[in-house]
Design a protein around this ligand. Structure first.
Ligand SMILES: NC(=O)c1ccc[n+]([C@@H]2O[C@H](COP(=O)([O-])OP(=O)(O)OC[C@H]3O[C@@H](n4cnc5c(N)ncnc54)[C@H](OP(=O)(O)O)[C@@H]3O)[C@@H](O)[C@H]2O)c1
Length: 353
């Protein structure tokens, strides 16, 4: 008997089983059947990956979908495809470059001017482990796009979100936040040697800290905010990493990697769950690993770090000068409470928003 038959069949069985169990192991689907007709959803970075699939699923559920993307050609193509697949006409492509405060402000102005409501804001766009580079305003690219851009956008849309309450903000963070460190002395890696991994992890830690501080500041407004790690998803996120660059990786490793991680469609399920599910009504300040609430890393629970990040971010994006940010009213400190998200006891509509 050929001596290779056994190892080859064992290898094949392992791969086959992994693939079959993949969906189960990676968190499954949002089981809520909630529809969102009459609700408006803004999603950043929606032309590909998790954002595009989130847009498609929420369009299928009847929402009015605003896709905010930096590349209008890609955005129009994705919007057209989603309109065609879901037969929902209300899917719109809109210019938004999170590496430019001017673009963010223009996008927010357009939304405020043209949209009657914003029921869900999904801060999804992200860039991972890109080479050293700066945004238009001189911020480190990963910190600028992943955190500061969404910080500014969210703040500019807060009045609209409050008017539309109960409404929800969802921040795409990452498990990578656990190795992140907020370096307030050098947020843009100008003094230390640039480490692209650390810059990504810092930006994702910032997403969780922002979520928790914003939840505190929004208590009693009917606007909830949660952060989510979507799992490991086969998207274009790794475009700057070795996996996408070396010949060996693309031809040999990449196919296995693709087999073992989630599809973008499954990767969108946690965002959809946080956006529409009835269970998430009034739940705020949480960190979700796929669809299960988890305790984030200790630094993400540090209230002083969260407040400091808020203050520094406000200064950097120029909100402080405009007086747009009022200090939080008497809010309950979440630090002294269990990490599990608390409910705000908001009254809710029929669609789980
Ligand atoms: N995939 C994963 O395994 C994973 C794991 C943990 C967390 N996440 C998070 O999930 C989110 C979505 O990632 P993904 O996996 O779907 O990645 P992706 O396929 O690379 O999609 C990222 C999206 O962000 C957009 N984007 C990047 N820079 C932008 C900018 N300056 N302005 C506006 N849009 C910009 C991209 O636009 P272009 O197409 O024009 O570049 C793209 O639409 C990210 O926040 C990521 O950190 C993903």
């Amino acid at each position: 008997m050929n001596k290779y038959i056994l190892p080859v069949s064992v290898f094949g069985t392992v791969i086959g089983t992994a693939v079959l169990l993949k969906n189960h192991m990676t968190g499954g689907r949002c089981t809520s059947k909630a529809t969102i007709t009459g609700k408006t959803v803004v999603i950043t970075g929606a032309n590909t990956g998790i954002g595009k699939e989130t847009a498609r699923e929420l369009a299928k559920r009847g929402g009015r979908i605003i896709m905010g993307c930096r590349d209008m050609e890609k955005c129009e193509t994705a919007a057209k495809e989603i309109r065609g697949k879901t037969l929902n006409r209300h899917v719109y492509a809109c210019k938004l470059d999170l590496a430019s405060m001017k673009s963010i402000r223009e996008f927010a102005e357009k939304i405020k001017r043209e949209e009657q409501r914003v029921d869900v804001l999904i801060n999804n766009a992200g860039v991972m482990r890109c080479p050293a580079g700066k945004t238009e305003d001189g911020f480190d690219m990963q910190f600028g796009v992943n955190h500061l851009g969404h910080f500014l956008l969210t703040n500019l849309l807060l009045d609209k979100l409050k008017e539309s309450a109960p409404s929800r903000v969802i921040n795409l963070a990452s498990l990578a936040h656990i190795v992140g460190k907020m370096d307030f002395e050098d947020l843009h890696s100008e003094k230390k040697k640039f480490d692209t991994k650390q810059a990504y992890c810092q930006s994702k830690l910032a997403n969780v800290l922002f979520t928790r501080e914003l939840a505190k500041r929004l208590q009693g407004t009917g606007v909830t905010v949660n952060a989510v790690h979507p799992g490991v998803v086969a998207t274009e996120l790794g475009r700057h990493t070795n996996l996408h660059q070396s010949q060996f990786s693309t031809t040999v490793l990449s196919p296995f990697f693709t087999l073992l991680v989630k599809s973008p469609e499954l990767g969108a399920q946690p965002s959809v769950y946080l956006a529409v599910s009835e269970e998430m009504e009034g739940v705020t300040g949480g960190y979700y690993d796929v669809m299960t609430e988890k305790e984030p890393a200790p630094e993400a629970l540090d209230e002083d770090v969260a407040r400091r990040l808020w203050e520094v971010s406000s200064r950097l994006v120029g909100l402080e000068e405009e007086g747009q940010l009022k200090p939080p009213t008497e809010v309950q400190s979440r630090a002294a409470q269990p990490v599990l998200a608390q409910t705000q006891g908001q009254s809710v509509g029929t669609v789980g928003l």
